[in-house]
Design a protein around this ligand. Structure first.
Ligand code: TXA
Ligand code: MG
Length: 348
């Protein structure tokens, strides 16, 4: 299949009409959102949803997020909309928050991975909103990467993984946030975060008065099954071995990483370092990758997945990264980084 690549210029009616026709016919279109690129198909068409799983090589028990362009659409998809969810929709939509509801039967099991709940989000990206509105379909969209690769933050990443596998890619340039939306489950007794993201637990608590983290997020390896099926898979792993080096003292981190790099270099391995902008000049390594500044966490989240892909491109055997655990976004960033590192953390 030839994959059509077009700019996601919201004034280009012809491109959006073409993308809408593809979606209506059950085809797949990747598109930009404010978090990461999504791989879209008609959420109410079981066959289209099935194609998404095959294009990604994704296990079919891992449900998709349904993207809408109008808050009222929730009532067509959700069996029941709790008061708390209404407040969250008002506060954070359009934006990087996905809410879990009890589903109506119009939503096929293929879309929800067989669950009786549905994940819904209204993105804020103008290109995404226009695509949903113009096509007239609700768009099921996971991140537009091959399963196991970092989520795409540029159209070039999408093409790397999806060229020849899907009908069309809309290029909206680099995304703003760079990590996937926060997922909050509103079907239980207490609002529960299943996946951390830009919208923090505190922001949710400020609106609905309560919010807890899925216990599986905090208890690595304790055998607790995460409520978001996707969170149990090893995501985002670069091909090389990634380790996080942590300490209260950044000098110790820099020394340790330089020592490890030297050791691996002597053994003939290729190494890369991921660090804060401030520390770039402090590392003695051929590939020092600037992750942005901890002081402005969104620069780090926006860069993270792209840097993990770069590590693969340069063929790094060992990758060492500083920790970026500060602030609310730091929590979300570390959730992804710790997974990418397969929980390899070196304390110094
Ligand atoms: O930012 C985002 O959310 C991006 C953009 C494209 O919108 N999408 C995204 O989709 O990250 P995906 O498929 O990569 O991640 C969806 C996550 C998975 O962990 C999945 O298990 C969880 O959402 N999920 C979906 N439906 C669910 C449900 N009904 N109950 C619990 N978890 C659900
Ligand atoms: Mg994903």
């Amino acid at each position: 299949m030839e994959t059509i690549l077009r700019k996601a210029d919201i004034n280009d009616e012809e491109t959006f009409a073409m993308a809408g026709d593809i979606l209506k016919a059950g085809g797949l279109v990747a598109f930009p959102t404010e978090t990461v690129y999504g791989l879209g198909g008609d959420a109410l068409n079981s066959e289209a949803a099935g194609k998404i799983y095959s294009a990604k090589g994704r296990p079919s028990d891992n449900p998709l997020i349904v993207h809408i362009a109008d808050t009222n659409s929730v009532y067509e998809l959700a069996e029941y909309v709790p008061e708390g969810a209404k407040l969250l929709m008002e506060a954070f939509w359009p934006g990087p928050l996905t809410i879990i509801f009890k589903k109506k039967s119009v939503v096929p099991d293929t879309t929800t991975g067989g669950l009786n709940t549905v994940a819904i989000r209204m993105p804020s990206h103008p290109g995404a909103l226009k695509l949903i509105k113009d096509s007239g379909v609700f768009i099921a969209a996971p991140s537009a990467n091959l399963s196991g690769r970092p989520s795409p933050t540029t159209a070039a990443h999408v093409m790397e993984d999806m060229n020849g596998r899907i009908d069309m890619v809309l290029d909206g340039g680099p995304v703003g946030i760079g990590i996937e939306s926060t997922i909050v489950d509103m079907t239980g007794e207490r609002p529960t975060i299943l996946r951390p993201g830009y919208i923090s637990g505190k922001m949710i608590k400020d609106v609905v008065g309560d919010c807890i983290m899925d216990p599986a997020l905090e208890s690595v390896g304790a055998g607790i099954r995460p409520k978001a099926p996707g969170m149990k898979y090893t995501h985002y792993a670069p091909k090389g071995e990634l380790s996080i080096v942590e300490s209260d003292d950044i000098e110790k981190v820099i020394n340790k990483i330089n020592e490890l790099v030297q050791e691996k270099k002597e053994q003939g391995f290729k190494t890369a370092v991921i660090c804060d902008t401030e520390n770039v000049a402090r590392y003695n390594c051929q590939h020092v990758l600037d992750a942005g500044s901890r002081k402005n966490e969104i620069t780090v989240s926006a860069a993270l997945y792209s840097l993990l892909r770069t590590c693969d491109d340069i063929g790094a055997d060992y990758i060492y990264t500083e920790s970026f655990a500060e602030g609310d976004m730091g929590y979300a960033i570390m959730n992804r980084l710790i997974k990418a590192a397969g929980h390899r953390i070196i304390e110094v």
